[in-house]
Design a protein around this ligand. Structure first.
Ligand SMILES: Cc1cc2nc3c(=O)[nH]c(=O)nc-3n(C[C@H](O)[C@H](O)[C@H](O)COP(=O)(O)OP(=O)(O)OC[C@H]3O[C@@H](n4cnc5c(N)ncnc54)[C@H](O)[C@@H]3O)c2cc1C
Length: 508
């Protein structure tokens, strides 16, 4: 059948991670699938999210290490680098990954790709409109104009809304008149090094980029509305990262509400705070060359005309049930547009469940989305990786737990690497080795976490981790040491007395 004609098994709206995984999975199983993208193939993760941010962070980490070269017995030195070249390298790394998400690749997998904005005209039909955004980019290396979709109508049995999210913009007086950056513009729109920068928002994106820009030589001020950066983490974890950022030179202002933003005659951006009567701010107005807004995300619902499809929304986006079905059973939603976890790996995991659920002819064969073991990582240096329960959440939920803390300085590899600043916190169910959650603050914490993730998923306890041989010297010994700590709690005074008696007996 010709592209666009007849009935598709699945029409996927949005070619970010959620949409790409859905489309590839469906086509791989033999389904007829159409994928519609209004802007760039790869969505946020490839173009303005994970990939460029982590590439930048990688250069920034090396710059920091060179600055601290004495830690490794080298002479003190200043890193030699050109800011613009670091950005060029970031874009080149992104270009290296772009073909994986390209239109050509997906068409070679058997997916019909259309470029334009999808809008529901009924629960079974969508219409494609031209998009105001550019449809190809230098790093995507392909002319995507080959698939004009303007005005075209497509029909399908099932639909998957994978339209993602965009940066939330605060309601600050004058915000529209200042040239602020978001994650969608900073990686390609920033043309030279700003001497100083205000980062609004102390969540993962704000913290990661604040540290990276500071290491690249920009004076960074991070503004957080609440009293804790990284608010999802336990307070001790967030305070550790706050100290680290401050020590590196990031100025952090908490409990601060921005009232207005303006551009001065000198071309600076002025950010004015609301008064804070309890602890007055030292300065009511800050000035900077660049202003980065990173306060959160808003689901992409605009333009979809969900009403025509009868799809309901709530405050976090498209409302779905446990099977990721919307209020219309044949229409699913995955990724940032529905939440509850806005991560690439969550978009991927949800998409896999949806591919299976669409294939299943009956509801009882469909799979529920399981959010019990969801890891995440904030790529500050050191990284903060987390899975399931932290102490804060355990207390909120009245869960009884035992806590095992392993400082990184107890891990020999961390010491020989001069990287012993950090720790791991493991929560187990009170009196047992059942792991309830883990947080690791360490270099490569995101990689180290997965021993706990797999253990939780498969019901392996901390005792089993302790009895697993870990190569020496590795950072992974962190997990074994947590297991050892658990085992020591099992040595009751009675058991110890008994063992002492056994030893005494053996000496007779
Ligand atoms: C700076 C930054 C760093 C991040 N770092 C990480 C990280 O390290 N690890 C991690 O796991 N997550 C990270 N994330 C989050 C991650 O990028 C998102 O969770 C992920 O991209 C969500 O994928 P998605 O497919 O749901 O949405 P998106 O990637 O946003 O894709 C949605 C696509 O749908 C298209 N679209 C929208 N509406 C329509 C329409 N009507 N018609 C056609 N197309 C449409 C959009 O153009 C877009 O391409 C980061 C995010 C940011 C902003």
């Amino acid at each position: 059948m010709k592209k666009g004609e007849g009935v598709y098994n699945v029409i996927v709206i949005g070619a970010g991670t959620a949409g790409l995984v859905t489309a590839a999975g469906t086509a791989g199983l033999g389904g007829r699938v159409a994928l519609i993208e209004r802007h760039l193939m790869g969505g946020d993760c490839l173009n303005f999210g994970c990939v460029p941010s982590k590439a930048l962070i990688s250069s920034a980490r090396l710059i920091r290490q060179i600055r601290e070269s004495e830690k490794w017995g080298l002479d003190r030195q200043e890193p030699q680098f050109v800011f613009e070249k670091v950005f060029e390298r970031m874009r080149a790394r992104r270009a290296k990954l772009a073909p994986n998400d390209s239109q050509n690749r997906f068409e070679s997998l058997g997916v019909d790709v259309f470029r334009g904005e999808a809008r529901f005209v009924s629960p079974r039909e969508i219409e494609i409109h031209g998009s105001p955004s550019p449809q190809s980019s230098p790093w995507q290396g392909e002319a995507d104009a080959s698939a004009p979709g303007e005005g075209r109508r497509l029909c399908a049995r099932n639909f998957v809304i994978a339209s993602g999210s965009h940066p939330a913009i605060p309601e600050i007086q004058g915000i529209d008149s200042v040239p602020y950056f978001t994650n969608e513009t900073i990686f390609d729109g920033l043309k030279r090094k700003p001497e100083n920068m205000i980062v609004l928002g102390g969540g993962p994106i704000g913290c990661e980029l604040a540290q990276a820009f500071c290491r690249l030589g920009t004076q960074v001020t991070l503004i957080q509305r609440g009293d804790q950066i990284l608010p999802k983490e336990d307070r001790d974890v967030a305070e550790f990262i706050e100290r680290r950022l401050s020590n590196e030179g990031v100025r952090i202002i908490k409990n601060a509400n921005v009232r207005a933003a303006t551009t001065t005659d000198q071309g600076k951006i002025a950010v004015e705070f609301l008064d804070r009567p309890s602890t007055p701010l030292a300065e009511r107005t800050l000035f900077a060359d660049a202003f980065l807004v990173a306060i959160g995300r808003t689901p992409n619902l605009h333009g979809l005309d969900l009403k025509s499809a009868g799809v309901e929304v709530n405050e976090s986006g498209v409302r779905v049930n446990d099977y990721l079905q919307t209020s219309r059973g044949h229409i699913y939603a995955v990724g940032d547009v529905t939440g509850p976890f806005l991560f690439t790996h969550m978009a991927d995991a949800q998409a896999r469940v949806v591919v299976r659920n669409i294939l299943m002819p009956f509801q009882f064969l469909r799979q529920k989305m399981d959010y019990s073991v969801v890891p995440w990582c904030t790529y500050t240096d050191p990284e903060v990786a987390h899975v399931a329960l932290g102490e804060k959440e355990a207390r909120q939920k009245n869960v009884d737990y035992d806590l095992f803390v392993v400082p990184l300085k107890d891990v020999d590899r961390a010491v020989v690497e001069s990287e012993e600043s950090g720790f791991a916190k493991i929560l187990t169910a009170k009196g047992s080795d059942k792991i309830l959650g883990a947080t690791i603050v360490a270099p490569h914490a995101g990689d180290l976490l997965h021993e706990f993730v797999l253990a939780m998923k498969t019901g392996v306890g901390l005792g089993t981790i302790a009895s697993t041989i870990h190569a020496y010297p590795t950072f992974a010994e962190l997990a074994r040491k947590a297991g050892d700590k658990y085992n020591r709690t099992r040595l009751t005074p009675f058991a110890k007395k008994f063992f002492t008696w056994l030893y005494e007996r053996a000496r007779r």
